[in-house]
Design a protein around this ligand. Sequence first.
Ligand code: R5P
Length: 292
Amino acid sequence: MLSKLSVIAGKSSEDVAKRLSKKIKANLIKTEIRVFADGESKITLNGEISKKKSIVVQSIYPPVDTNLIQALSLISKAKEISSEVIAVIPYMGYARQDREFLPGEIITMKVLGKLFKGAGASKIIAVDIHSMIGFKHFTIKTKNVSAIPELVQYFKKLSLKNPLVVSPDQGGKERAKEFAKELGSEYIALEKKRDRKTGKVQIKTKNLDEVANRDLILVDDMISTGGSIVKATQFLKKQKCKKVYVACTHALLMNNAEKRIRKAGVTKIISTNTIPGKTSIVDISDTIAKAI
Ligand code: R5P
């Protein structure tokens, strides 16, 4: 029997979509993609879409624009049949482009807001969006869910002795605070400066007494080039800390970032399956299911 709910699995989020469909007892619709030599995506759906409600699951990680157009196409097709379409975007690409940092910069999140609405989504759910400012540009309903409780569950199992939670920058202070609260530990936030033109990162914090001889958990929403984590780890190692673990929701790990992070002295990187990969050990489908 056709369920009242369909989960449409975009290619970038097949694992999350499959787990989610089981949890919410929805009909799973798989997609077949052919990317033509010129980069265009040809999408075919395998299954019957519910007339009532569809949930399209598709993260927007690299190739970012390809995954974005595929998400919009799936939403548009779903809206032809379902009266309600929810877009689950576990990793919300473009979320860092939420304000005009330098004169003339385009706020791409504004464009995405129009695109998702135009395609037919009535609600969008993301996991640990870079900042809630991004969703202020959307006129459809939005919801951000936190992966921190699931990440903390993993770290509880490691039974680290008196670990200190560290945010590599002041922007991530609240995230570190939330993580530390769940874990029952202390937290600090470093002072980071990024050159808006070159993207280069510097740690401005001077000496720190509280990290010496302690295991640390560096918490961030995402790792892209790895620059923030590498610089933070190098600094923390100079302060004579013990092991450095990294907990992040979205591990993009561009351009050999994993290798550079390990070389800087990180023991282990733990991320979620918003972006599938070697480090994505923590499953967030349960958190998404609860939000739906
Ligand atoms: C910045 O504000 C974010 O929270 C991340 O710290 C940043 O996007 C990570 O980028 P990267 O790995 O390139 O330093």
